[in-house]
Each structure stands twice: as C-alpha cells, then as structure tokens.
Ligand binder design. Sequence first.
Ligand code: GLU
Length: 302
Amino acid sequence: MQSLLDKIYKEVIPMLGRGKVADYIPALASVESQQFGIAICDNDGNISTVGDAHVPFSIQSISKVFNLVLAINHYGEDLWHRVSCEPSGLPFNSLVQLEYENGVPRNPFINAGALVISDMNQSRFASPHLAMRDFVRRLSENDEIIANRNVADSEFEYRARNAASAYLMKAFGNFENEVEEVLHSYFYNCALEMSCVDLAKAGSFLANRGYSKGAEEQILTPSQTSQVNALLATSGMYNEAGNFAFQVGLPGKSGVGGGIIAVVPGRFSICVFSPALNPMGNSLMGMAALTSLTKHINWSVY
Ligand code: GLU
C-alpha cells in the first residue's frame, strides 16, 4: 500500500496549485490551499499515509454519510419514506426539484436530503451534534475530534438557502423540528474537523460489510452497507457523480473542505485531502489521486 501511495503522490503533486478553495464562507476561504494528503485503511486495520494525512480539515459534506448512518440505525427502512435514493442531476443546494417533488429530497447527499436526515436525528437524540461527534470519534478511535465553531457560526450566518429548503420541506409536512435548531446541528456536523487518517478509519466499515474494526462494532448490516455504497456511487460527488464513476469507479463522498472518501468494497477505504476544488466543487487533486489509484490497482466496482 505504501509504495502505491508514494507512486500516486508523485504522479499528482505537479498539479498542486490548480483549482480554487471554497469561498462561500470566509472561514473556508482562508484555508491554506497547498495541502495534499492521502490515507488508506485496509480491512485488517492497517493504515498507510502520504503527505498531509494527519492534518485535520473541515469535513463538510462528508459528514452527510455519518449522519445518514446514524439515522439508518434508528429508522431503518422507514427513512426512505422521507428521502429518495435517486441522483438529482442538479446543484447540491438547488430548490427547484424540491418544489416539484412535494418536499421529498432526491437523496441524502444533497443539502435538502441531509437536512431531512438531520431533522430525523434531531427527533431522536437529546443532543444530535454530540451524538454525531461521539460517533465519528468512536469510528476513528480519536477522542480529540471537534467541530470548528468559527466555521459553524459562519455557515449559520450564511444559512439563507439551506433555511429556505428546510422551510419548503416544512411546508410540505416533511420536517418535524424547528428549522433553526436543525440547521445548528447540520452546520456543526459540517464543521467537524478530521484528518485523512480519521476519515479513512471512520469510513472503513463501508469496505468491510458494515463492520468497524476500530470501534469493534457492526455499524450497518451487510445489505445496508451495500445500499449506502450504492448511494455514494450514484450521488456522492455532487454533479460529477457520473464522471467519478467513469474515471474512478468507486463509491465516494466529497466535501467542499477538499476531502473525498472512497471505498474499495472488501479491501480498503481511502481519504484524500487537498482544499483547492475543481469547477464542480470536488477536490481537484483528490479526483486526480483517486483516478490514479484505480488505474494502478486496476479495479472498479463496475
Ligand atoms: N456546509 C455546506 C452547506 O450546506 C455543505 C458544503 C458541502 O457540500 O461540502 O452549504
């Protein structure tokens, strides 16, 4: 694994400097763009790393995966009455489809979908943001994971579009709790800071039929794990899911903080981090690194 990572790193590093960090909130716009790291966690729990793999960064939309898993644990199949499992084909924060489709979001990885999932977790946990924090701490075996207050507050200040979609869903009867409360939990989750090592470990149950070696816990059943991986493959990469399937061929989830987690089922989970994004909002170096990875291992879920 180590020599594979070294090879990928060498191949991709000349691209460092391309792309643009997310600038929709000031707290993310000021992130140092010249960072690049990769971590792999294989199904025996071995970790390999290269570059800035230990640097914590804003996990942003990658949190949607763990938020969904928490909700699946509590709601099982009922969850799918409130959110669908189709790719949206529209920007992650679009309101258009939500109106046409009666307030039922297309999937849990667009913002509206993640907000409904957050609403479900809000109804279930006394302190949803602590439930989420403790969950990722357990999966990563790292009790130091915390959310960046600055990022969470900044997200809340610029909440208009997310608030609009939550209120629209409320108007359709698909939102139970106070919108502002749910937004606080949702932004806290997005503002969690984790490293590539943390995220590769946290996502490892997805490569291991739902079992987390770190937490020593069956997190999802094997069939639920396959379902989450299918959703990641079809909807995990914003509007670039098709290209990601074509170039990389793995289930994956990205965040505007520059992280991408991907899963090679039965073998390993991987996290790549580099903050500069391509025009679709995915880490430019991350895309290149994962493209190179699947070329080298000559493997794709397809
Ligand atoms: N916190 C972000 C938002 O709701 C999510 C950004 C992302 O897609 O990573 O706008």
